[in-house]
Design a protein around this ligand. Structure first.
Ligand code: NAD
Length: 487
């Protein structure tokens, strides 16, 4: 039964219309700590009826109190939410750490990023507007940027707070209301943020969260006729399903899918700068990152030198429980570790050489999902390891001899999300940036520290539409043209 939020201390519940509640069926799912493999909480195993309740609450809010909230007031609410996230950053980081196995620094960085997304979009609310268009004599024509209405947000487990921040922050700023379906593997921090939104004064129904399995709750959300826009972040295969389901009723979709990011290092690169960035781009969040730099393309003259340096850094990497805040935490779940190991077994069968591995600490809990980072060399560009997302701390190195070959290798996967280029040659920096099929290209850095301001999204099987930055706001609106004939 619904309970008033103020009277409720349990966190692992849906939040619909400001009320924390179980699934209507009462069913639950276990929450597992990846560092130990032990169950430590439960979440509602919701169903279509719970999604329906959330969408109805959101619609009532959109048509009711939310329609009277001015753009400036939306900004103030988002700024208050940003401040509340900052005030609760340690609590949120601790929840995400336990839920996802994130080392402490990563979990804290994610809480900081969440606050920053709300802050960034708070400032944008009252700067989003339409245009006037010169037209025939006797006409005045203007455009209005209007919210879609009720937006659905399907979130993966790897960066729950960051992805929630960029997606929900942008949607609310543009005047939408939200129903969020977090990953069944990572809900706790997002439930808490939704509670905080209620506490800072968002009207009931503006932000709702419903937990459960993808093929149950996610599917029900994507199919619900009351959802006016879907933001999906996740795997390409589920992205295909979402697209098909949404197409049935012509619902607009933003798809943020996978990646196979190339780090392209030319012989003239500053290797002192490149090596730590190469390591961080593949071990951050244990390699479970859509924008991970999982392929290392090295110009032939420095192939052995750079492999030796990256190998040395790999050997120093330590893997252990999230709370120990080592270089690498556990993977999210056993099946994810099995997947990574299957990739490594395939590489072994194909005769691919291991250059170096990191070390899982000897005393880690036996039930945790630990995987040592692995650096592989001379990976054939057509091998699955060079083509598909491993989603673990595995780096596939290969060499090239010309700029054209580097471009061809970088572009030869089905993905196109993020690419890195390391060179001091200014002309080559621009040529490479132009020729790479990628939503983002970083020159002499990788990821620009997350850059909330920087539009993000893919080409090809990495998806379409953009999140982050001001660009995302356009996707969270629809443009209405008003032509007035006044003579
Ligand atoms: P996933 O596709 O398995 O799940 C993502 C979300 O979709 C989860 O909430 C899940 O419950 C839900 N879902 C699953 N089946 C569904 C269905 N049939 N209908 C509706 N919803 C369904 O992905 P994951 O394993 O959680 O995350 C890893 C993937 O996400 C990787 O491919 C990664 O590259 C991608 N990712 C992309 C970005 C990006 O911004 N491009 C960011 C993070 C992760």
């Amino acid at each position: 039964m619904p309970r008033e939020l103020a009277q409720n201390n349990a966190m692992a519940l849906n939040v619909i219309n400001h009320q924390s509640q179980s699934a209507l069926s009462g069913a639950t799912l276990s929450v597992i700590d990846p560092s130990t493999g032990e169950v430590f909480d439960t979440i509602p195993r919701s169903a279509a009826e719970d999604v329906d309740a959330a969408v109805r609450a959101a619609r009532a809010c959109f048509d009711g109190p939310w329609s009277h909230v001015t753009a400036a007031e939306r900004g103030r609410l988002l700024m208050k939410l940003s401040a509340a996230v900052t005030a609760h950053a340690d609590e949120l980081a601790a929840l995400e750490q336990r839920d996802c196995g994130k080392p402490t620094r990563q979990a804290r960085a994610d809480a900081t990023a969440l606050a920053r997304y709300f802050e960034f979009y708070a400032g944008a609310c009252d700067k989003l507007h339409g245009d006037t268009i010169p037209f025939l004599e006797g006409y005045s024509v203007l455009t209005w940027r209007e919210p879609h209405g009720v937006t659905g947000h399907i979130v993966p487990w790897n960066y729950p707070m960051q992805i929630f921040g960029r997606s929900v922050g942008g949607a609310l700023a543009a005047g939408n209301v939200c129903v969020v379906k977090p990953s069944e593997d990572a809900c706790l921090s997002l439930i808490r943020v939704t509670q905080l939104a209620a506490e800072v004064g968002f009207p009931p129904g503006a932000l709702n969260i419903v937990t459960g399995l993808g093929h149950e709750v996610g599917d029900a959300l994507a199919r619900h006729p009351g959802i006016d826009h879907i933001s999906f972040t996740g795997s390409p295969s589920v992205g295909t399903i979402i697209q098909q389901v949404a197409a049935e009723r012509h619902c607009p979709v933003t798809l943020e899918l996978g990646g196979k990011g190339p780090q392209i290092v030319f012989a003239d690169a500053d290797l002192d700068a490149a090596v730590p960035a190469i390591i961080n781009a593949i071990v951050q969040n244990a390699g479970q990152t859509c924008s991970a730099g999982s392929r290392l393309l090295i110009e032939a003259p420095i192939y052995e030198t750079l492999l030796a340096r990256v190998g040395e850094a790999f050997r120093a990497l330590r893997v252990g429980p999230a709370a120990l805040d080592l270089d690498v935490g556990p993977l999210i779940r056993k099946s994810q570790r099995d997947r990574v190991r299957a990739f490594l077994a395939e590489a072994d069968d194909a005769g691919v050489t291991v250059v170096a591995t990191g070390t899982v600490q000897p005393d880690v809990p036996a039930g945790g999902f630990y995987q040592a980072p692995v650096l592989l060399r001379d990976v054939p560009p057509t091998h699955r390891l060079a083509q598909e997302e491993v989603f673990g701390p595995v780096l596939a190195a290969m060499s090239f001899t010309t700029e054209a070959e580097a471009v061809a290798l970088a572009n030869c996967t089905r993905f196109g999300l993020v690419a890195g280029v390391w060179t001091r040659d200014g002309g080559r920096q621009f040529r490479m940036a132009r020729r790479l099929h990628s939503g983002q290209v970083f020159i002499n850095n990788y990821g620009a520290a997350g850059g909330v301001e920087l539009p993000f999204g893919g080409v090809k099987s990495s998806g379409y539409g953009r999140e982050k930055g001001l660009e995302a706001l356009l996707g969270f609106t629809t443009l209405k043209t008003v032509a007035i004939h006044h003579g």
